[in-house]
Design a protein around this ligand. Sequence first.
Ligand SMILES: [Cu+2]
Length: 155
Amino acid sequence: MSHRNSRTRSKRHVTKHRDMRSIRKVVFGIIVVTVLGLAVYLLSSSLESKTPPPAENTIDVSASMGGFDKDVIRVKVGEPITIRLTSQDNQYHMDGGGKHQWAVDELDLNVIAPPEGSEWVTFTPAKPGEYTFYCDICCGGRANPTMQGTLIVEA
Ligand SMILES: [Cu+2]
């Protein structure tokens, strides 16, 4: 009788121990997932902050819900130029989530700045002309006169 009792007890003990092991596995799994998630997050955010473009021949364009800070941008044929677009709006903006765009269809240029961040494109204009740049993300899109301007490529 007493022998049976002790067996039951030890069996129960083993079961408890197993429970602890499976809890540990779950906790370990949660930690692994958390650490991996954090690593992926840090990696992707470090990829986002690329090295800044060369200071030389960079034109800064700022965009907010009020429009671009420049109506006219002048560049020269054959000279490499970087357009750096910065969004002044934060991610909580209902309209476009704080993103803005700087696009010129004819030159196949399309830059989208993240909320309160910058994105840029470097290109070399091949021929003189006047082109419309625009943002099609916010404020009624490219139909909005404040969300467009003229890129002038001078000879
Ligand atoms: Cu915009």
